[in-house]
Design a protein around this ligand. Structure first.
Ligand code: UDX
Length: 429
């Protein structure tokens, strides 16, 4: 099938590359000329394991094309995927400006029947809105269908998640359009769930909000564990053995970040409010998460004085295997620590360049972990990169001047850390 993907952000680029890999002819279109020129040269706008090699291979072999021309993208494809940004406004309402503008362009340039597939995370009802906008702006009344096919990829594992998804959700009110989209996925060994258009849109928000709820729940249990001297990791193992609950997404820590959970939780609360429904559980999930860093910071301050101390921050990205700093807990924490007049040194295996653009000269940048902890008074681990999990802790201790180690992701064994001479603090243990 000839596919166009409008928007080469995380979702759009990975989706386009994977469908090219599966043998389709794909045009990845973006209005950002610089991004498209870079992609043509094999320069990726994001760090994602395996992406570059797959993109370059498919581009060289003539299945993957890059374009800044939406007219070309619309006219040369049978199926158009919308994967543009859907950022929240200040009140968490989703800004649909980009989606609406793409819908208008599709209407303007259509030259035959098209299936318009919405991949962006959009509030329930947006599919109908896209349908309406296209109908209103069409020059010639070509037929088209709008389908919702939300993306569930995780950053850091995006290629694998897209090639081998747990499930594919296809929401449409037209069976013939549904079948065409099902065909795209039929060679993947996965469950395909066909739903109403509006259900598919809500499945995406309900999934992310449920996962966020799991995290805020276990973080609250961690607080209780801390107060009672129990161990949240043991509790997570214990409850996770119940198949109805499951062990995944029960890792306590300093809270969730990234481009999806905060945005999607906020957006679902907003949608509910618009419908006259007060989504109190989700409001609390959001509040608890926003308070995570404050609690962790209070714990650090209660344990040691930060003024004029050298504090090493290990990990900046919101989670491992990505250079993404959107809603990264590290940034919030650094701001609080700077307020205490401490000197901060940071290290992240891949997010340093992005960090420099945000943190500028407020912190010192280290090229490796050893340099970062050298002569430091306090080490704070924020992101659970493998490099940190496998670190030589003895040598870290000997490089440090002080012995305070705050682990925001529970990656070390408390007894081992204590025996090495650290004053070790983790979450809920
Ligand atoms: C998420 C969804 O998993 C994915 O399906 C959706 O398409 C986009 O949003 P992503 O944002 O890439 O993916 O990250 P994910 O791996 O889900 O982690 C989200 C956040 O939750 C991270 O900040 C992570 O550190 C945190 N987290 C995750 C926890 O704090 N504890 C856990 O047990 C799991």
């Amino acid at each position: 099938m000839k596919i166009s993907v409008i928007g080469t952000g995380y979702v759009g680029l990975v989706t386009g590359v994977v469908f090219a890999q599966l043998g389709h002819k794909v045009i990845c279109m973006d209005k950002d000329r610089g991004k498209i020129e870079n992609l043509k040269k094999g320069i990726m706008p994001i760090y994602e394991p395996g992406l570059k090699d797959m993109a370059v291979k498919n581009h060289d072999e003539g299945r993957l094309f890059y374009s800044i021309d939406i007219k070309e993208a619309v006219q040369k494809s049978d199926l158009i995927m919308i994967a543009v940004d859907t950022m929240p406004k200040e009140n968490w309402q989703t800004d649909l400006g980009s989606v609406k503008s793409v819908a208008k362009d599709i209407a303007k340039y259509m030259n035959g029947y098209k299936i318009v597939v919405n991949k962006s995370t959009v509030p329930v009802g947006t599919g109908n809105l896209v349908d309406k906008i296209i109908k209103m702006n069409q020059k010639k009344k070509f037929k088209f269908d709008v389908v919702s096919n939300p993306e569930f990829l995780r950053e850091g594992q995006a290629i694998n998640d897209t090639l081998r998804p747990d499930r594919v959700i296809i929401g449409s009110d037209n069976p013939s359009a549904t079948i065409k989209v099902v065909q795209l996925y039929q060679d993947m060994n996965t469950v395909i769930k066909i739903t109403k258009l509006k259900s598919a849109e809500l499945i995406k928000y309900a999934s992310n909000s449920f996962l966020a709820t799991k995290i805020s729940f276990i973080n609250s249990i961690a607080d209780i564990a801390e107060m009672t001297g129990s161990d949240v990791d043991e509790i997570a193992e214990g409850i996770g053995l119940d198949r109805r609950i499951g062990r995944e997404f029960l890792n306590a820590g300093i809270g969730y970040g990234g481009s999806c959970f905060p945005k999607d939780v906020g957006s679902l609360i907003y949608t509910a409010k618009e419908l006259g429904y007060d989504f109190t559980i989700l409001k609390e999930v959001k509040r608890l998460n926003e308070d995570r860093i404050n609690r962790f910071f209070s714990r650090i301050k209660k344990s040691t004085n930060l003024k004029n101390k050298t504090v090493s921050i290990l990990g900046l990205s919101f989670k491992p295997n990505t250079d993404d700093l959107r809603e990264a807990p590290a940034l919030k924490l650094i701001k609080l620590i700077l307020g205490e007049k401490a000197k901060i040194r940071v290290y992240d295996p891949v997010a340093m360049e992005n960090a420099k653009k945000i943190l500028k000269n407020t912190v010192e940048y280290s090229e490796d972990m050893n340099h970062c902890v050298n002569k430091s008074d306090i080490v704070i681990l924020v992101t659970e990169w493998d490099e940190f999990k496998n670190a030589d802790l003895k040598s870290i201790k000997s490089l440090m001047k002080g012995s305070y180690f705050f682990d925001g992701r529970n990656i070390y064994e408390p007894t081992i850390m204590k025996n090495l001479g650290f004053k070790y603090f983790s979450v809920g243990r």
